[in-house]
Design a protein around this ligand. Structure first.
Ligand SMILES: Nc1ncnc2c1ncn2[C@@H]1O[C@H](COP(=O)(O)OP(=O)(O)OP(=O)(O)O)[C@@H](O)[C@H]1O
Length: 577
């Protein structure tokens, strides 16, 4: 947690303010019992009204200054802690943005969300408490003790027993509770995960009548979290009664011994009253410390989880070299690329070598799970190849920055992702400064303009989260338009025509040809009709290339391709080839 708190450095002015105002506040509070004792011993006992009024006025001034200082200190500490929380959220977000998909999978989306929200909240709470209490409590403790000792040193011995006793009780309870706090955060992760799956998969869950099953799954996670909370709460409920017992016994002891001292004329009544207040201040400062100690274990479990995110080194490091100028005939080349997912021993793709030339279409075909999407993910550098290299214009993509690399590509992912906002906003993701004319042209090529035009809002039609107010095919066409508007050097289509009917698929590809003449096109497809015109077709089977060439060549040379073609086009169609 200390590591995280180092980020408070930029708030040093606020922190100095908190310390100063807390100090003033505490000093004022410490003087009040002394003044009250004086009123009793010197004013009340002697019947000196003037003294009472004068000292009373001093008490009012001390009270006003003390309270005002505490208000300023509370304001500054809240401002600092919330700013600190905002900084942490920003740091985590920026770090996660730089992760490769491997790291994302290692930590898990739900856990990353909990860490950015709930865990950072814990730290923020502790920061507020610490700023307010960490100065106030020790200052009050020491100041109270000094004042109590200076009021009556004999009676102060009572504090030497009750003070440490209180600390021992609090420390023991904190120690027992610590492991549970870590578990609580993990269980919140779990509940978030179930909730996320339930919400995103609600249609499938209902369609398969799995609502009860999901309910049970949620109940289980919920019960698990509740039980852990209960366990920790049971332990924590011991804190207050134990503190109160010690506090009350201390008071009884102070009054008992104080009365004896008064009866032997070694103490005055006002002094005893002031002493009792100091005891209260000391004990309450110990309670404040205990509250922090109770919060620290949970926050420190959260801090560990946040540090895990901040310290996880991405296996993808930005290169610094510049990409050579684009020329006609620039190519993307994969050379003996092999890749294993982090939790898998067998490679998802193995020894992959092929080229994607500008002005040509290259296609990848293969059964499900044969590694087609993996190849596109490697080209976009979402993952780093385990071995082999990917070259763009002859330069290993490792050596250039990810921004620089991705500028040259438009990826049309298998699962369409659209964002909340207008159609215009979504298309502009491809090119920030795209004009309406460019957007409309892209929509026309992507065969999306007709349905966009049908809405009276046109480009201003607002898409709900994930584009849920559109059909699968409409979403896919918008995703294609977003890629087209960019006019990249390379288009990567990951099974991006699957939701289109055959006719639209055909027209779209014909239109596409007009704008991709100077670009390299890499198409991953299941449908042979989508890719049979490609200059080069790469046939994948179980992560390995089993054939490469054009349609005609592959029909002759590649058994796997022939089988796919046969199953999709029929024996008759193949006879004409
Ligand atoms: N994130 C992942 N973590 C672990 N293994 C994965 C991951 N994604 C894919 N795989 C595995 O890698 C292999 C290749 O997957 P990939 O998604 O590249 O196949 P694909 O050919 O695109 O399949 P499809 O046509 O069904 O989309 C599969 O065996 C799959 O189980």
């Amino acid at each position: 947690m200390i590591k995280l708190f180092k980020n408070l450095k930029s708030y040093w002015k606020n922190i100095v303010g908190v310390l100063t105002f807390t100090m003033i506040g505490v000093l004022c509070e410490l003087f009040l019992p002394r003044l009250m004792g004086n009123i009793v011993d010197n004013g009340v006992v002697n019947g000196d009204i003037n003294y009472i009024l004068k000292t009373g006025l001093q008490m009012i001034i001390f009270a006003i200054v003390g309270t005002s200082s505490m208000i300023v200190s509370a304001y500054l500490s809240s401002k600092t802690a919330t700013g600190f929380g905002r900084d942490l959220r920003r740091m985590v977000f920026t770090k996660v943005e730089g992760y490769s998909l491997n790291e994302m999978e290692k930590l898990g989306t739900s856990s990353l969300i909990t860490r950015t929200t709930n865990d950072i909240n814990q730290i923020q709470q502790v920061a507020i408490m610490s700023l307010r209490m960490m100065v106030r409590a020790p200052l009050m403790l020491i100041g109270g003790f000094v004042m109590a000792f200076s009021t009556n040193s004999t009676l102060s011995r009572v504090l030497l027993i009750s003070g440490p006793l209180l600390l021992i009780v609090i420390a023991t309870i904190g120690r027992v509770a610590f492991p549970f706090f870590k578990k609580i955060q993990e269980k919140i992760d779990k509940i978030n995960k179930v909730m996320r799956e339930e919400l995103s998969g609600i249609r499938v869950i209902r369609a398969f009548n799995k609502v009860d099953f999901e309910k049970k799954r949620f109940e289980k996670a919920n019960k698990d979290l509740t039980e852990t909370f209960l366990k920790v709460t049971r332990i924590m409920t011991l804190v207050m009664p134990l503190i109160m017992i010690i506090l009350n016994f201390t008071n009884v002891a102070v009054i008992w011994f104080g009365s004896n001292l008064i009866s032997t004329n070694n103490m005055e009544v006002g002094q005893l009253m002031a002493f009792i207040q100091y005891v209260m201040q000391i004990m309450f400062s110990l309670i404040m410390v205990s509250v922090i100690f109770i919060m620290i274990p949970r926050a420190s479990a959260s801090a560990t989880r946040i540090n895990e995110v901040l310290e996880l080194q991405s296996d993808i490091v930005d290169g610094v070299e510049k990409l050579p100028e684009n020329k006609e005939g620039d190519i993307l080349e994969l050379k003996d690329v092999t890749f294993n997912y982090f939790d898998s021993e067998t490679p998802a793709v193995k020894d992959i070598s092929f080229k994607v030339k500008k002005g040509q279409t290259t296609a990848i075909i293969g059964g499900t799970g044969s590694g087609k999407s993996t190849i596109l993910n490697l080209i976009m550098r979402f993952f780093e190849p385990t071995s082999g290299e990917i070259l763009l214009n002859g330069k290993n993509i490792k050596n250039i920055s990810q921004d620089e690399l991705r500028k040259h590509f438009s990826l049309i992912p298998q699962k369409t992702v659209l964002f909340t906002g207008t159609i215009r906003d979504n298309i502009k993701m491809g090119k920030e400064d795209a004009t309406d004319e460019e957007i409309i042209e892209a929509l026309k090529i992507a065969q999306a303009y007709d349905f966009v035009q049908k809405n009276k809002e046109g480009l201003d039609y607002i898409l709900s989260q994930g584009g849920k107010n559109l059909s699968g095919g409409q979403k896919q066409r918008l995703s294609i338009a977003r890629a087209i508007v960019r006019r990249p050097d390379f288009y990567l289509f990951d099974d991006s025509f699957s939701a289109l009917d055959f006719k639209t698929d055909k027209i779209l590809r014909e239109e596409l040809k007009k704008v991709t003449q100077n670009s390299g096109v890499l198409i991953v497809a299941q449908r042979i009709s989508t890719i049979m015109d490609a200059e080069t077709i790469v046939v994948l089977d179980d992560g390995e290339i089993v054939g490469m060439g054009n349609h005609k060549e592959l029909l002759k040379s590649c058994e796997v391709y022939r089988e796919i073609a046969q199953s999709q086009l029929g024996e008759e169609a193949l006879k004409d080839e």
